[in-house]
Design a protein. Structure first.
Length: 457
């Protein structure tokens, strides 16, 4: 009897408590934001970092103004996990959807930096979480001079574009304009159309080259984000070494890889995982990952975690059996030699990506190894030697000039022989330093004997 009464009282208390909680839950947004607002970091980078990027950009664009549109949210977060666009993130560190950053080097109402954000809204906040209030405290938390409501953007931009100061500065409007007719930039297009209506004489300038120049050279905080993404990716490669065997499916390895990414704090994969075995190892961007892995297959595993908006991109090629056949091993060794030759040829202040590419190809052409008809193997290396890595896996940067200190690149030769069921790619990430190239992904073995030894465990 006693225990029944106790259970009744407990149930009553629970109902009462949940009722009280539901009444007190609709706290206002400024309360919900009061704690996270006291931050000095955004995406683990100091506010000063974002500030100095905005200042640098304003220095480059001082003959006009800069407008950068943030990413819009899709269906209250149903379509995809929200990801801020790279340029907006690089300049603000703010992940709130639909923002607009306006930089006014000649200043407007005493401020050079204007961050327009959607105001808190009960309905939307219920679906996707509270937004910060539009006030001085939020401006301080984000390290910008001025935070304004998105509702006021039209009014402010009209005043700036029609002002005497803008006219004097050169009437240049720097923004992201479509680089080709095939690129979809709906929000930016709407804005530039609108800006032309406000001021027909404005001089529209692409901001992308100015930002690419800056983003090509990584700061210390950026390098530590990339290193973190690489370390997570190396844990995923270790997991592949442990799990790989004939008879399992490619997607099982993909599952193991993504499991390691998420377990270790990556927000997402920086690009779809490539797990290609046998014939699929010869398809450069194979990402179906549905085949059963056969004995004797080589498996190209080209993967990269994304950590705080920074990517890793590392490829290894594993033998399903745990050991390479003699032919697989000689092809593998040649790809590795081509990578080593390119790294050795690097000269700071001289080498461009293009020149390193030539070195890798020459190694393949001069090798005594040939295809079944006696042709040299460089013709089976159909892609470029590498690319910049950063917020985007194929990051922005200038491929024609010598690689500068602070650039992060991949070096990834490959040989693909569909007739022999062999595809090999080896890809590592390197930081350009004043002492030369530093391999950031050296904790993942690429020596064939070492891979076989690890697989035998
Ligand atoms: Mn790559």
């Amino acid at each position: 009897m006693r225990s029944q009464k106790a259970r009744f009282l407990l149930t009553l208390t629970l109902i009462l408590v949940s009722f009280l909680l539901s009444v007190s839950l609709p706290i206002n947004s400024s309360q919900a934001w009061s704690k996270p607002l006291r931050t000095t970091l955004l995406a683990e980078q100091p506010l000063s970092e974002y500030k100095s990027r905005r200042q640098k950009l304003m220095e480059k664009a001082k003959d006009g103004i800069v407008v950068i549109m943030g990413e819009e949210e899709d269906d209250l977060g149903v379509g995809a996990k929200f990801r801020q666009n790279d340029n907006f993130m690089y300049l603000t560190g703010v992940e709130i959807p639909t923002g607009v950053l306006v930089l006014v080097p000649h200043s407007y109402q005493g401020a050079k930096e204007w961050l327009f954000l959607p105001a808190p809204n009960k309905f939307f906040d219920q679906w996707t979480g509270p937004r910060p209030p539009i006030n001085e405290e939020t401006a301080q938390a984000f390290g910008v001079e001025k935070v304004a409501s998105l509702n006021d953007f039209q009014k402010v931009i009209t005043e700036i574009l029609t002002s005497e100061a803008f006219q004097k500065s050169g009437e240049k409007l720097y923004t992201v304009v479509p680089p080709s007719p095939y690129t979809k930039l709906v929000r930016e297009e709407k804005f530039t159309e609108q800006a032309r209506k406000i001021k027909s004489t404005i001089n529209l300038n692409p901001i992308a080259p100015l930002l690419a120049d800056m983003r090509m050279i990584k700061s210390e905080p950026e390098i530590s984000m990339i290193q973190r993404a690489i370390n997570i990716t190396s844990l995923a490669h270790s997991e592949v070494i442990k799990s790989v065997k004939a008879g399992i499916y490619e997607y099982e390895l993909e599952g193991a890889i993504l499991g390691q990414f998420y377990r270790n704090g990556a927000q997402r994969a920086a690009f779809p995982c490539i797990v290609g075995s046998g014939q699929n190892a010869t398809i450069l961007h194979y990402e179906k990952n549905r085949k059963k892995i056969d004995r004797g297959d080589l498996i190209v595993v080209d993967i990269g975690a994304e950590y705080n908006y920074y990517a890793a991109d590392i490829t290894r090629t594993y033998p399903a059996n745990g050991s390479f056949s003699p032919r697989q091993r000689e092809i593998y060794q040649l790809v590795l030699d081509a990578q080593t030759a390119a790294v050795k040829a690097f000269k700071l202040g001289e080498s461009t990506m293009q020149e390193l590419d030539v070195v890798a190809r020459k190694t393949m052409r001069q090798s005594p190894l040939k295809d079944s008809k006696g042709n040299p193997l460089d013709q089976y290396f159909p892609h470029g030697l590498g690319h910049f890595v950063g917020m985007y896996v194929h990051d922005v940067g200038d491929y024609s000039r010598p690689l500068p200190v602070g650039a992060v690149i991949t070096i990834e030769p490959g040989i693909y022989l569909p007739d022999e069921n062999i595809g090999v790619r080896i890809e590592d990430d390197y930081l350009v330093t004043k002492n030369g190239l530093v391999k950031l992904s050296s904790n993942i073995p690429s020596d064939p004997a070492e891979i076989e030894k690890l697989m035998a465990k």
